[in-house]
Write a new protein. Structure first.
Length: 179
């Protein structure tokens, strides 16, 4: 159910953003709203509390975002409150980001490395992947010392493991197959 609801509301705000020529602005502002909900447990609790009226929740939205976000987007958030769907805001934003990336030819690549990558290494990796994928690349970087050395990348459902740990596991598997 949540997926259908999130997709429906995403489609509505995404269409509006395209019509208004505000895809980038809405993405930036929706990211802000989702980050606030994610980071602030009190805010999330107030917006989800059944005994707090819809009017009070909408007033809170105006107080928090007021002139900081586009009036049309603020109305969208109020609509979510009216329909009892504000709890899906993070999923709606994820769907919006997927659509935004599709329209802008952006590929999200998750990169885990054994140690932090330097700016030069990130730039080289980005240039290589952009050329290979023929898309703009947006990285989600993280460090996992269990990899020992090297990197592990996830592009859509494909995992490219060039870590020492991955190589050791593949070597172990091939040795076990010899027995």
């Amino acid at each position: 159910m949540a997926g259908v609801v999130s997709k429906s509301y995403c489609d509505a705000i995404f269409s509006l953003a395209q019509e208004e020529g505000k895809l980038d602005l809405y993405k930036e502002q929706l990211d802000l709203v989702a980050e606030n909900v994610k980071q602030d447990a009190n805010y999330r609790a107030v917006m989800a509390h059944p005994k707090i009226s819809k009017e009070e929740k909408k007033e809170l939205l105006v107080k928090v975002y007021g002139n900081a976000i586009d009036p049309m987007l603020l109305n969208f958030l109020k609509l979510l409150v009216d329909k009892g769907r504000f709890r899906f805001i993070e999923e709606i934003v994820k769907e919006y980001t997927k659509e935004y990336n599709k329209v802008n030819n952006i590929q999200v690549v998750y990169v885990k490395s054994a140690a932090s990558l330097s700016e030069e290494e990130v730039a080289r990796l980005k240039a290589t992947l952009e050329k290979k994928l023929n898309k703009k690349v947006d990285f989600v970087l993280s460090v996992d010392s269990d990899l020992i050395a090297g990197i592990r990348m996830k592009i859509n459902d494909q995992i490219i493991d060039n870590s020492a740990r991955g190589k050791l596991e593949r070597l172990k598997g091939s040795v076990q197959n010899l027995s």
